[in-house]
Design a protein around this ligand. Sequence first.
Ligand SMILES: [Zn+2]
Length: 289
Amino acid sequence: MTSSRAAGSYPDRPEPLPHAIIDSHTHLDMGTGALADPDDGHEYPPLDWFLTRAGDVGVPRAVQIGCELASARWTADVVARTPELLGGVALHPNEAPELARLGTLDDALGEIDTLLTGDRIRVVGETGLDYFRTGDDGREAQHYSFREHIGMAKRHGLALQIHDREAHADVLRILAEEGAPDIVVFHCFSGDAEMADYCARRGWYMSFAGNVTFKNASGLRAAASRVPRGQLLLETDAPFLTPVPHRGRPGGSYLTPLTARAVADVRNEPLEELCAAVWANSLEVFGDW
Ligand SMILES: [Zn+2]
C-alpha cells in the first residue's frame, strides 16, 4: 500500500554536512503517524527511519516538539527512550483558544507544567501568538496561554521556544511585560532584518527553517544574514516547510543540510564553521545530552 506519507514519497538524502548539527524543532509524532488514526489509509515511516537518515547526513540529534496534549505526552515518552532526542512541550497558540472554549485550558496548562519536570524535556514550546490561523476572538486565550508558558519557562529554568506568525508586535510586547526567560528562541524565525537586530540585542536565539530557502523569502534571508553567529539555530519544523528543491513534499530532520547550506550561503560563511556554531549554540540552549 502506498500513500502520500509512505517512505517512498520522501525526498532523497542530501549531501552530508562537514560538521554535525542539531535540528532544534521537529514533529516526529506527525512524521511517524504515531497519533494518527490507524485506519486513515496512510503509511508512515517508523521513527528509526527518520533517525538513521538524519544521522547519515550529519544531523544526529533533534528536538521533538509536542504542542498539544496527546503529542506532549507522546514526546515525554519517546525522548525518555530515544538517545538522539530531547523534547519540548507546550500548548500551541492555535490550540489555546479551542481549549479555552471547552473550559479545559487551565487543566491542560497544568498537565504541561507537570510534563516539563521530565529531565529530557528541555524546552517550553512551541508557544506564542498566531494571528494568521486564529481570529480576533481567539486572541485573549492566546495571550493568556503565552503568558502562562513564559512563567513556566522561568519557573523550570528552561528555554522558551516561540511561535510567532503575523504577531511580531504583540509577541515582543508580551515578552517585555512578563519579562523574558533567560533563554528565548524564535522558532521558524519570520521577522525582518530590523526584528532580527532587536532580538540580537536582547541575546535571543533565532532558528531558521526550510522556508528561508523559498524563492519569495528574500526578507527572511536578509534577517538570517544579520543574526550574530552565536545566536543562530537551524530546524526543520518537519514534516512541514520542506526546503527547496523539495518544497511541498513531506520532510524530516535529514533535510536540515539543505537549509544549513542556504543560510551559510546568504551569510557568506564557510559551511563547516556555520555548522560548528549551530552545534555549540544548540547545546547552550538545550543543555548537552
Ligand atoms: Zn512546529
